[in-house]
Design a protein around this ligand. Structure first.
Ligand code: UTP
Length: 287
């Protein structure tokens, strides 16, 4: 079945970015001049997603405003005849009814955030995108995942090889048989130590899930760090439903950490025609 809806869990506290995230959502932090959530939304739209569901919490209204009309700003730009900027703002705006916002109320974990979207998902498969994992180039991974899901009906997880000393930062899969496009997942564990990790294939923040995950999440108990983990919900599908892993074809920046956000900013700035020369000179001077 076609994947038409994406869920963006954006209700976390973003504690690793305090004080920046005290009053603004982590997902609004910019990489160069574009907020993380906008990269994720553009990625979903590029992959053919039509409906967007944001799982938000208190203090996250900046995300709703970002994708809405900004009358005062647009009127001022119009009076100054700043047409290019107006066009850029116009492109960001979502169509009426294209986005829905649901509150998580308490940040009880990623699995709980996804479960909060259950009424908006209904009986169809859906994508989950974590905006703090910035994929570059955008779109390729999600397109490959959707193609794999549409061919096999499997739940699809995006993975990449991670440094074995850092397995405790990821969900780690036990790989089974592989085809040219995907690897069967026979086990999955959240944040194992290097010694306990079944492989070095780490889960990154893109998923295509069948709607049956919602019932699984409803009965998933809090696991690692007291949160209801999406990984634990997916683990209960193993053996009953097909779960496959697609390898990320591009680069992933971990923008949930300060160093990852800096790396993403520098890498993307160095590719931008309008600023790359200046950024290169700056890096040389500082380095
Ligand atoms: P993270 O664990 O990376 O985000 O969750 P966090 O908890 O906000 O960050 P730190 O660790 O305190 O710095 C990954 C994604 O899942 C969302 C977050 O908003 C983020 O986009 N999330 C996490 C929720 O929506 N609800 C939750 O209860 C937890």
């Amino acid at each position: 079945m076609a994947v038409k809806t994406a869920v963006f869990p954006v209700a976390g506290l973003g504690t690793r970015f305090l004080p920046a995230t005290k009053a603004i959502p982590k997902e609004m932090l910019p990489v160069v001049d574009t907020p993380l959530i906008q990269y994720a939304v553009e990625e979903a739209l590029e992959a053919g997603i039509e409906n967007l569901v944001f799982v938000t919490g208190r203090g996250k209204t900046a995300i709703e405003d970002h994708f809405d009309v900004s009358y005062e700003l647009e009127a001022t730009l119009r009076s100054r005849a700043e047409t290019e900027t107006l066009e850029m703002l116009n492109e960001i705006r979502l169509r009426p009814g294209q986005a829905a916002y649901v509150r998580q109320m308490e940040p009880l974990g990623l699995g709980h955030a996804v479960w909060c979207a259950r009424h908006l998902i209904g009986d169809e498969p859906f994508a989950v995108l974590l905006a703090d994992d910035l994929l570059h180039p955008t779109g390729d991974a999600l397109k490959a995942m959707i193609t794999e899901h549409e061919a096999t009906g499997a739940n699809i997880i995006l993975v990449q090889e991670v440094d074995p000393v850092h397995t405790d930062r990821y969900g780690i899969i036990t790989p089974g048989e592989s085809t040219e496009t995907a690897t069967e997942v026979v086990g999955i564990v959240e944040k194992p130590s290097t010694a306990e990790a079944p492989s070095n294939l780490g889960v990154i923040g893109r998923y295509i899930l069948n709607p049956s995950i919602m019932d699984r999440l409803a009965s998933t108990r809090p696991g690692s760090i007291g949160e209801i983990q999406l990984t634990d919900g997916i683990a209960t599908a193993l053996g009953t439903e097909l779960v496959s892993a697609v390898t990320n074809p591009g680069v992933r920046f971990d923008c949930g950490t300060t160093i990852g956000l800096i790396e993403a900013t520098l890498s993307i700035a160095l590719e931008r025609d309008d600023i790359s020369t200046d950024v290169r000179a700056l890096v040389k001077r500082l380095g």
